[in-house]
Design a protein around this ligand. Structure first.
Ligand code: PHE
Length: 346
């Protein structure tokens, strides 16, 4: 091999390499081409092996040409790589294009269940009077649901609160939120202002106005010198906040084993305004809750000295109040989870 031949081979290889680089279809092909041309066992190396057979004075010449050829090939490869990269990017952008003008999928927004919403409303009002929310268990024991509320095993009042028994001995689904009174008294010290919203259960023949599952909000206040007048004032304020200023209210005597005296708290009929209608059985009044002064025996079970402290308690049914707020006439609707009903409370 002589100088002219080797130079020719180098130039031929360069021209071929430049053409191949321009023709490469992808950056992957280009990387392969680079290895083939310039790699350790690449074609340039192979051609340069011919240097050994040249006279010594020609070798630097070939070295210089080889450098030029290598530089030319590298720059051809780099140019091709950069144009391929931008083409590949453009292809990808086109393929993965997102049409930002397409309207988004709308999110299905939930709403508060009307019972939760009503219980929250009640809670907010009593919170303004310093009441703090507690929760008792839905599965209660007989002791707390009944006996410590002054309802012994054989008391006729048990018929009113018949329920579902989890085990015959002791556990049952609570029939009211009142056992929460005991739990609060046993775990905190007076002054107590507690609110206990929650689900209750009773053994009922279910119809439009009787449900075996329902909600109550219980209230309990215990302090020195608490009187029935405090209860009356508080409930009156509650009625004003719930139903508007000027809402008329009244106490009627009532009976509960765990309060003494006991009362029913009425508001003037929210449907007819007091003149008498089917909604109020033509009495002009609606009973919205039961209440009374906590029985001394109950205070004692709660670990509170009835000589020093007095308390009042009240319990209201949430469905009754939700019915009036939303003109619902069948209690069963609250438990059916029918979206056609629930979506009306947006
Ligand atoms: N627990 C009673 C009921 O379920 C309501 C009540 C609560 C009455 C607190 C008086 C005091 O009917």
């Amino acid at each position: 091999m002589d100088l002219a031949g080797l130079t020719e081979d180098l130039h031929a290889l360069r021209d071929e390499a430049i053409a191949a680089a321009r023709a490469a279809a992808s950056t992957g092909d280009l990387e392969q081409l680079e290895v083939d041309l310039l790699g350790k066992k690449g074609r340039l190396t192979v051609v340069l092996r011919g240097i050994g057979s040249l006279p010594a004075e020609d070798r630097p010449r070939v070295g210089a040409i080889a450098n030029e050829v290598q530089t030319a090939m590298r720059s051809a490869l780099a140019d091709a790589a950069s144009s391929l990269r931008s083409r590949e990017l453009a292809d990808r952008l086109a393929a993965e294009a997102v049409d930002v003008t397409t309207p988004g999928r709308s999110i299905r927004r939930g709403t508060y269940h009307p019972i939760v919403e009503t219980a929250d409303r009640i809670t907010r009002i009593f919170e303004q009077f310093g009441f703090v929310v507690y929760e008792g268990p839905e599965v209660e024991d007989d002791l707390t649901n009944f006996r410590m509320l002054n309802i012994p095993q054989d008391h006729p009042a048990r018929d009113l609160w018949d329920t579902l028994y989890v085990d015959v001995e002791n556990h049952l689904l609570r029939t009211h939120t009142s056992p929460g009174q005991i739990r609060v008294m046993q775990s905190t010290r007076p002054p107590i202002r507690a609110l206990l919203p929650g689900r209750c259960f009773r053994y009922e023949a279910v119809d439009a106005s009787h449900a075996s599952e329902f909600f109550q909000v219980e209230g309990l206040m215990v302090d020195e010198g608490t009187t029935l007048a405090d209860l009356k004032g508080l409930l009156d304020q509650f009625a004003q906040a719930m139903y508007g200023r000027g809402q008329r209210t009244r106490f009627r005597p009532g009976y509960y084993p765990f309060t003494e005296p006991s009362v029913a708290f009425d508001v003037e009929c929210l449907v007819c305004g007091g003149s008498g209608c089917p909604a109020c059985s033509r009495t002009g009044w609606m009973t919205i809750l039961g209440a009374g002064m906590v029985h001394p025996v109950v205070l004692q079970y709660g670990g509170i000295d009835p000589e020093r402290y007095q308390g009042f308690a009240f319990g209201m049914g949430v469905e009754r109040i939700a019915n009036l707020r939303h003109a619902v006439t069948d209690l069963r609707l609250y438990m059916e989870n029918d979206l056609r009903f629930l979506e009306q409370f947006r």
